[in-house]
Design a protein around this ligand. Structure first.
Ligand SMILES: *Cc1c(COP(=O)(O)O)cnc(C)c1O
Length: 456
């Protein structure tokens, strides 16, 4: 107790701290009030550390330095760029799909100037924002019409509200999925006023199960792609064509929620085949919906394609206005779709660049990182993520950093500027070059080198 009291007495006084040149410097950069509050917080922390018998440098210079770091931290916005070294390509917590250069530029142009968002440049009259993406999507995949809303969850809400309210929607028990973040298909149905009719069993549903569940009150057969889990073993689902035939025989709608939705066949990269948008349309569905920022590699959006009559009903529903997207999303989406139109998606869209990146190229990058970091290269696996292609991985090469305290190293990486998000396996910190954007590589290497120097 005596010792603690002595240490408390030795803590610098606020006046002494404030008159220090380093503190005066801080006051120049911030304000006196902010610096005072930061120093007070550090003095409190120092006092508590003493009472708890912990070691904490409480020399004036150390206190002022910690106050400086805190003030700097406060200046950083909470939403910041990070370096994704996890090897998860569509990382939901890190913002899913990074945009292409062209999409980025289109967004900036739309953001900083005026645009033809709702203006028809041919006639000089008022136009519709809905036309932009619809024209492009019609050209790309031959859908009759298209509608873009805030995200794929919104697409489902709109489809069910506009086309199945107070009526029955028939769905296989194997497809009553939770997408993530508590978003469950049954809850969405309830919210939109549609009545859920479950058919089949968890692992097996046949077309006859759907047929025998249909009543006067049926509106729609809905297929939901099992995008974030995989069933193996004694498993069966009817084909989409069978569902469409049954729906149309009975005068009902066939709707396909693809989840990710891809225009490009994923099997060519050694991945499982993800159902394509083209295949859904070819099966004759009335509507297909998917996300803009999963495998499509564009901005967050929910894209609905299909028959003109059904899309027309969606456009006329009041929710269409509530769920519409802004000009920035249109700009980024059009630029992303343009890459597909030009046949350059694999070269220009980051998600596809990462998926298609040759293994030798990744190995070379990982090897180049060993020198500044002091790590070594090991074999590993990248994943697609974002509720796409569950259970399938891409072979990769990782930079492995040995450390006596891997958790501390991982934290130090996260505190770097920009923060580096890595993972730990087998007691080592692992960084996957596949998901590190070219423009971020030098910042990454600088942080790795300085952590190595400081023994982080
Ligand atoms: C991801 C996903 C959704 C939700 O899409 P968001 O764009 O995230 O709203 C809906 N259905 C399926 C099958 C999905 O995979």
């Amino acid at each position: 107790m005596k010792l603690e009291r002595a240490r408390l007495r030795r803590l610098p006084a606020m006046d002494a701290l404030l008159s220090d040149a380093a503190a005066q410097d801080l006051i120049q950069q911030h304000s006196r009030d902010l610096v005072l509050a930061a120093l007070r917080a550090e003095l409190d922390a120092a006092r508590q550390a003493i009472m708890a018998g912990q070691k904490l440098d409480s020399a004036p210079a150390a206190i002022i330095q910690r106050a400086r770091e805190n003030l700097l931290g406060q200046q950083q916005p909470s939403l910041r760029p990070v370096i994704n070294a996890t090897g998860v390509i569509i990382h939901t917590n890190l913002g899913r799909a990074p945009l292409s250069e062209a999409a980025n530029e289109a967004m900036r142009n739309a953001a900083t100037g005026y645009s033809s968002l709702e203006f028809d440049l041919q006639s000089g009259e008022r136009g519709s924002r809905l036309a932009h993406a619809a024209d492009m999507l019609r050209d790309l995949v031959g859908a009759e019409d298209a509608l873009v809303v805030n995200n794929n969850a919104a697409a489902l809400v709109l489809i069910l509200s506009a086309l199945a309210k107070d009526r029955e929607v028939v769905i296989s028990r194997g497809q009553l999925v939770e997408i993530g973040g508590g978003f469950r298909i049954p809850a969405i149905m309830r919210q939109s006023g549609a009545r859920l009719v479950e058919v089949g069993s968890t692992n097996r549903t046949v077309i006859g199960d759907y047929a025998s569940a249909l009543t006067e009150g049926s509106a729609m057969l809905l297929r939901v792609h099992s995008s974030n889990f995989k069933q193996i073993g004694f498993v069966q689902q009817p084909s989409l064509s069978e569902l469409v035939s049954l729906a149309h025989e009975r005068g009902l709608l066939a709707v396909d929620d693809l989840g990710s939705g891809t225009l490009i066949d994923t099997a060519q990269f050694g991945l499982d085949p993800e159902p394509t948008i083209q295949a859904s349309l070819a099966a004759g569905v009335d509507l297909v919906c998917f996300s803009g920022d999963k495998l499509l590699g564009g901005p967050q959006a929910g894209i609905i394609l299909g028959k003109a009559a059904a899309i027309g009903q969606l456009k006329a529903h009041p929710l269409a206005r509530a769920l519409r997207v802004d000009k920035l999303v249109y700009a980024a989406l059009l630029a992303t779709l343009d890459h597909y139109r030009r046949g350059e998606a694999l070269e220009r869209i980051p998600v596809w660049q990462m998926l298609a990146r040759p293994l030798a190229d990744i190995a070379e990058t990982a090897r180049a990182w060993t020198n500044p970091s002091g790590g070594c290269v090991i074999k590993g696996e990248s994943t697609v993520g974002g509720g796409s292609l569950p259970g399938t991985t891409l072979p990769t090469w990782l930079l492995a950093l040995d450390s006596a305290h891997p958790e501390a190293l991982k934290t130090a990486l996260r505190r770097a500027d920009p923060p580096i998000i890595a993972r730990i396996a087998g007691g080592r910190v692992l960084l996957d070059p596949r998901t590190v954007l070219a423009g971020q590589e030098s910042a990454l290497l600088q942080s790795l080198a300085s952590l190595r120097e400081t023994g982080g």
